[in-house]
Design a protein around this ligand. Structure first.
Ligand code: NCD
Length: 337
């Protein structure tokens, strides 16, 4: 695809070459994300970061990624602080805000709303999650992480075995990830959820018609016994009618170090889009895994910055100019990046 000026709305818009392109640019962003160099390539550009649903990582990493390229960020969070609370339509909001920004990132609770916004926008729009539909940038950073983690163990994405665990009905990250895996070959996908929260049938069908094998189960330990990646997710409480309904499923699949030691292969990589629900009644990934070197959740979150930098650089057509506008870092660059 031609990234220049394009919206990033769904994983379905990408082909294999596009993914390789994004990941090559993301790799080139690492020295900037690690503060070994700074670049001013987007100096003067403005990103509108519009988040109408709770977010920490996605919102802040979009903002940091844009800042790291030298651009400025204007942020709107929550309906109550925007004119949508006064009855303004998405169309009008998009017409107006796209006049103030060079690119807009948006999260919204309604499926399809970011695409609707993009139709009216005069600048590229990047989907930061639309309801339980899609979260394309998360899937990209997830796959970037899977590739890196597996490569460090001498393996590749083709032929790998991936378990997705938790709320597979409402979890937009796993929906986008399934679509992205369809660009690869011969993957075994093990889906573990309460049957009421199972992966939508059309996504299972999409995986199978791409040549992948899919197993569906309500049993955690057997399903994580033979996988390269165990990708855990949170019960998406905000999509249920009530907290009580979400409580029926919370805590159903808990992974901790003793279960890992007993059932997983020693190299299984543990992932989670985060936030993990660390309340006692949920605790899908116990903190006793934090010392496990195969717990990749914080590396995964870090990878969000370079992947989002790559998307900005491609959409605004400056990927080839980033190094030209580079400078040395003048400050003490922190510890352990
Ligand atoms: C996810 C989301 O918002 O869909 N979080 C994220 O963006 N990293 C997953 C979640 O909230 O459970």
């Amino acid at each position: 695809m031609d990234f220049k000026g394009s919206h990033i709305l769904s994983i379905q818009q990408f082909e294999q070459d596009d993914i390789d392109n994004i990941f090559t640019v993301a790799d080139a962003m690492l020295p900037y994300a690690r503060r070994q160099k700074v670049t001013r390539v987007l100096e003067g550009a403005i990103m509108g970061n519009m988040f109408f649903e709770a977010s920490t990582r996605t919102r802040v990493s979009f903002g940091s990624a844009f800042n790291l390229l030298g651009g400025d960020v204007r942020e709107t969070t929550g309906f109550e602080s925007s004119a949508i609370a006064k009855g303004e339509s998405l169309y009008d909001t998009a017409r107006v805000l796209s006049g103030y920004s060079d690119v807009v990132c948006m999260r919204h609770p309604k499926a399809g709303s970011v695409a609707e916004f993009a139709e009216a926008s005069r600048v590229p729009v990047i989907n930061g999650g639309d309801g339980s539909n899609e979260h394309p940038t998360q899937a990209l950073l997830d796959l970037y992480t899977i590739r890196k983690e597996l490569a460090s163990k001498g393996r590749g994405v083709d032929g790998s075995r991936i378990a997705m665990i938790g709320d597979l009905k409402f979890g937009r990250t796993v929906h986008s990830l399934c679509k992205l895996l369809c660009l690869y070959k011969n993957i075994h996908v093990s889906l573990v959820s309460p049957k009421e929260l199972s992966m939508p049938d059309e996504l299972i069908e999409t995986l199978r018609s791409s040549g992948h094998t899919v197993s569906v189960s309500e049993e955690l330990t057997a399903s994580i016994a033979n996988v390269d990646i165990a990708y855990s997710t949170r019960i998406q409480e905000e999509r249920f009618q009530s907290r009580e309904e979400a409580d029926l499923y919370r805590g159903r699949f808990r992974l901790n170090q003793s279960i890992y030691t007993e059932f997983c292969e020693p190299n299984t990589v543990i992932m989670h889009p985060l936030p993990r629900d660390s309340r006692a009644e949920a605790n899908e990934l116990d903190v006793d895994l934090d010392k496990n070197p195969n717990l990749a959740i914080f590396r995964q979150a870090d990878n969000g910055v370079v992947v989002r930098m790559a998307l900005f650089a491609l959409v605004l057509d400056v990927a080839h100019l980033v190094d030209q506008y580079a400078q040395d870092v003048r400050w003490f660059p922190g510890i352990g990046r």
